[in-house]
Design a binder for this molecule. Structure first.
Ligand SMILES: C[S@@+](CC[C@H](N)C(=O)[O-])C[C@H]1O[C@@H](n2cnc3c(N)ncnc32)[C@H](O)[C@@H]1O
Length: 268
């Protein structure tokens, strides 16, 4: 289904206003070790100025803030931004600001950041290329661009099946890319990949659907699709029952860190 950019923005705002509190309270999302691994993959220097795109409740921005000079977190939705500011106040962090902005058209100057990061949001964008090119634009030449997101199979039909049950749960999920597609986006944006890391996150299916307030009938449909997926290995997603018999799956994720070409450099 194609939506206009305005319709898509409205859908994002509706969904993340609804999800804001549950999302911000999710122990995996809060986990400082997880955000810390992203910081470590990027290796900022103490004088870095960092931009966190689609910051949500701000945990990534706040993790960078302990290591760098200044962080700006931007998001399209007011509710998570409010939580981010509250988290900032509770931690007494002074070198972060949270602002409202659309990642597709950032109201920020060219080359004004040393590092631009984006965790868990690429699969919500209607035009990931456009967002990545904005991330590159606001990053200084020689600076770093890091994306961490869940990934889908390299095989289109398997990826489609996975993205289908993700979208049923959250209509603002557009498409999780495959690693190959994400790497190709970096290539098209003329970024040099310096680091690529894997992450895994176990999801309890019932909890995962509760966090988005999935309606009863839709939840039943998703459960059925995931069980079918497990039985026939349709999407490549690891699916299992944990020790307490709960249906779970693994969100496979990658972190890609690339560098923008330094000013004046050329290929000979
Ligand atoms: C799953 S949350 C991720 C939050 C955070 N990055 C994290 O890792 O916890 C996705 C966030 O992306 C934001 N978002 C989606 N599309 C956006 C856009 N075009 N511009 C800015 N923020 C956007 C949503 O409002 C939401 O807060």
């Amino acid at each position: 289904m194609t939506r206009s950019p305005i319709e898509h923005a409205k859908l994002i705002q509706r969904e993340f206003t609804k999800q804001a509190t549950a999302y911000a309270a999710n122990p995996t999302i809060i986990d400082s070790d997880w955000a810390g691994r992203l910081v470590q993959a990027v290796q900022p220097t103490p004088d870095s100025r960092v931009l966190d795109i689609a910051t949500g409740p701000g945990y990534v921005a706040l993790a960078f803030a302990t290591m760098v000079r200044e962080v700006v977190g931007v998001d399209l939705t007011d509710a998570p931004l409010g939580i981010a500011r509250k988290n900032q106040a509770e931690r007494g962090v002074k070198n972060v600001s949270f602002e409202s902005a659309d990642a597709r058209q950032l109201p920020l100057k060219d080359g004004s950041f040393d590092i631009v990061v984006c965790r868990l949001a690429l699969h919500h964008f209607d035009s990931p290329q456009q967002v990545l090119s904005e991330m590159v634009r606001v990053c200084r030449p020689g600076g770093k661009i890091a994306v961490q997101d869940m990934i889908a199979s390299e095989q289109a039909d398997r990826a489609d099946y996975y993205n289908h049950w993700e979208r049923l749960r959250d209509a603002s999920h557009t498409k999780a890319l495959s690693v190959g597609q994400l790497v190709a986006l970096y290539g098209e944006a003329q970024l040099e990949i310096e680091n690529l890391r894997w992450e895994q996150r176990v999801q309890d299916v019932e909890l995962w659907m509760r966090n988005t307030e999935t309606p009863y009938d839709t939840a039943r449909r998703i459960r059925h699709l995931i069980q079918q997926d497990a039985a026939q290995e349709i999407s490549g997603t690891p699916i299992f029952h944990d020790d307490e018999g709960r249906l779970c799956f693994i969100h496979r994720m990658v972190t890609v860190v690339g560098r923008r070409k330094a000013a004046g450099s050329s290929v000979r």
